[in-house]
Design a protein around this ligand. Structure first.
Ligand code: UDP
Ligand code: MG
Length: 329
């Protein structure tokens, strides 16, 4: 692996959106962990923290700037507008320089102490990916747990992937893995379902998911549903197949109904059947809308992909253009 005196061994990528409440707690807990890391030669591990400010509109940016004055390893990558959790992670790992890159949430749900174990496992077992697996989700709300486990059940059935239902985005990756991810042009990618398909040797470390240390979730139900749709559409074509089968089934049902209607006409029973006619119209209208919706989900993503606009825009990176930082003095 490449090594130069300034080259970090470890990059810690943290996406954050309006996290002013949790930021001081995060710095207080993360810094001692990272300062305490030792490399095989016994020297402190060189690290950088890549805080990706996902277009926050609260004091996150100003606080980051303040923390940076006393913490040289803290690097700030600010996105011009809110691009969303997955895009913010992508921006962070693309910017990261470390031999190993770990991504974690800002809200301390992923305990920073686990990073040490992940690094140890990566080096000891010579694996490229170490997944943080939630051994215990009891601190998540009942609603979150139930919807998450239902979603992961559907997702793994559809994609045929053994997606570790309890692995989120707390994960350590080698430089080779990061380079491989950076080459994937896919938009709307959900990294937790992309990384396992890359085929790198992996291991996992279990941890207890904590509750959010401060502030509110930035994942309302609408964003959760969108993430689920992105996950399913990007890993499976089965919904399209269903649309086909529904169409085939609907066609045969319609043929049968036609025969029934013709017989009715020929035998003079034409007045009754009003309710069944309505039911059939409603049923087929529903089928058609459903199939159009499924097609639309795929088509819309293809359209976005063909437009090929970046999924995020970097306003500044304190590593290269600290002079352009709005807070430069
Ligand atoms: N996040 C982000 N951009 C967004 C939404 C969330 O960078 O548009 C970050 C957020 O600051 C946090 C992580 O993604 O660090 C996970 O979000 P959150 O903890 O709110 O999600 P939850 O744990 O409730 O699912
Ligand atoms: Mg959280």
């Amino acid at each position: 692996m490449t090594s130069s005196p300034t080259h970090p061994e470890l990059s810690v990528v943290i996406p954050m959106y309006n996290e002013e409440k949790v930021l001081p707690l995060l710095v207080e807990r993360l810094r001692p962990v990272l300062d305490g890391l030792r490399s095989t030669d016994g020297l402190p591990t060189r690290y950088e923290v890549v805080a990706v400010d996902d277009g926050s509109r609260d004091l996150t940016a100003a606080l980051l700037h303040r923390f940076r004055r006393e913490w040289p390893q803290l690097r700030v990558v600010r996105l011009r507008a809110n691009a969303g959790h997955q895009a913010a992670i992508s921006a962070g790992i693309r910017a990261a320089d470390g031999d190993y890159v770990v991504t974690l949430d800002a809200d301390l749900q992923d305990p920073p102490e686990v990073i040490e174990a992940m690094l140890a496992v990566a080096k000891r077992d010579q694996v490229d990916v170490v997944y943080g697996v939630r051994a215990d989700r009891s601190t998540d709300t009942w609603f979150k747990r139930t919807t998450a486990s239902a979603f992961y059940a559907v997702q793994s059935k559809l994609s045929g992937m053994d997606t570790a239902g309890n692995a989120g985005d707390f994960r350590m990756m080698s430089r080779a893995t990061v380079e491989a991810i950076n080459q994937i042009p896919e938009h709307n990618r959900v990294l937790r379902f992309v990384v396992p398909t890359l085929g790198f040797p992996s291991a996992h470390v279990e941890y207890k998911r904590e509750s959010r240390a401060a502030g509110d979730s930035k994942y309302p139900l609408t964003k959760m549903i969108l993430l689920s749709l992105d996950s399913i559409v990007s890993t499976s074509q089965k919904p399209l197949r269903w649309a086909t089968w529904l169409g085939v089934g609907g066609f045969f049902a319609a043929m049968l109904f036609l025969v029934y209607a013709l017989i009715g006409r020929l035998t003079g029973h034409t007045v009754t059947g009003w309710a069944s006619t309505l039911a059939v119209i409603a049923l087929f209208g529903g089928f058609q809308l459903l199939c159009l919706g499924i097609l639309g989900e795929y088509l819309g993503r293809m359209y976005l992909f063909l437009q090929d606009r970046p999924t995020y825009y970097i306003a500044y990176d304190s590593k290269t253009d600290s002079d352009h930082s709005p807070w430069a003095q």
